[in-house]
Design a protein. Structure first.
Length: 269
């Protein structure tokens, strides 16, 4: 069998429960109980933010698994109790509690875990490496994918990039003026959070902008790196194909589902 020359590109938004989407995205009359069922058939991945704020039950993960298509994936935002703290090295019990809360119920639909850090958290090499050592390499026998989203400019450091690469964690590319944007590739997948959707555009982003992002995603998926991306370290040589996750977050949130759908359509152009 021939090896694929391109990884899988997935796209979606954060969550599926948002009141304005009942006017801009969901069909009229659709019950709230069927929103995930509908949303998961319009996009190919969803980032769950509820896991950041509270511990979910195994029954919830199982329900989400059963309501979504076989090839769908969820990215899970790790709990704030693990990442919003002064000493990351002390997050072990919170990480363990999160991993054991029912993630395995998702089975193959468990995608990357997003570890988002406070905007005030500065890069401390020893503390951060101690934290990375706490992250599970596998969950239920499957390789775990970890995405790191620092939000302080001190992380614009080649040492941080090298550390993420050493532990096989992806650095989230945040398309935002508020937070640092690191385009360095450090894992076998890429995770991007796009935050510039505009309310005045029905699809959130203009067609040229979506086509540009589709081109970037395809470049990453083929194992290359787009030249225009900001980095703090030199780009590596062409690698094996990578999976790519693109989530439309914040900005004009009411446009996020439309942006994700339009982006997916541009991948086929």
């Amino acid at each position: 069998m021939a090896r694929s020359t391109e990884g899988r590109i997935r796209a979606g938004m954060g969550g599926w429960t948002y009141e304005p989407w009942r006017k801009t995205f969901y069909p009229k009359g659709l019950t709230h109980a069927r929103e995930l069922e509908y949303a998961s058939r319009q996009v190919t991945a969803i980032e769950i933010n509820g896991t950041f704020y509270r511990t979910q039950k195994p029954e919830s993960f199982a329900k989400w698994r059963d309501e979504t298509p076989d090839d769908f994936e969820f990215a899970l935002k790790a709990p704030r109790y693990a990442t919003i703290r002064g000493v990351l090295a002390e997050a072990g019990p919170s990480i363990e509690r999160f991993v054991e809360s029912g993630l395995t119920e998702l089975g193959p639909k468990l995608g990357p875990i997003l570890w988002q850090f406070a905007p005030t958290k500065r890069y401390d090499p020893s503390d951060f490496e101690a934290f990375l050592k706490l992250l599970p390499a596998k969950i239920a026998g499957r390789k775990a994918r970890h995405a790191l989203e620092p939000r302080h400019e001190s992380f614009l450091d080649a040492g941080f990039v090298a550390l993420a690469k050493r532990y096989g964690c992806a650095i989230v590319f945040s398309d935002s003026d508020q937070y640092p944007s690191l385009g360095d590739v450090t894992a076998d997948f890429v995770y991007a959070r796009l935050m510039r959707s505009a309310a005045s555009i029905e699809s959130g982003y203009s067609a040229p902008a979506l086509e540009a992002w589709a081109k970037v995603a395809r470049t990453f998926a083929r194992g290359s790196e787009p030249k225009e991306f900001p980095r703090v370290a030199k780009p590596g040589a062409k690698s094996e194909p990578r999976d790519v996750y693109v989530f439309f977050i914040n900005g004009a949130k009411e446009r996020a589902p439309a942006a994700a759908r339009a982006f997916l359509s541009h991948l086929n152009d």
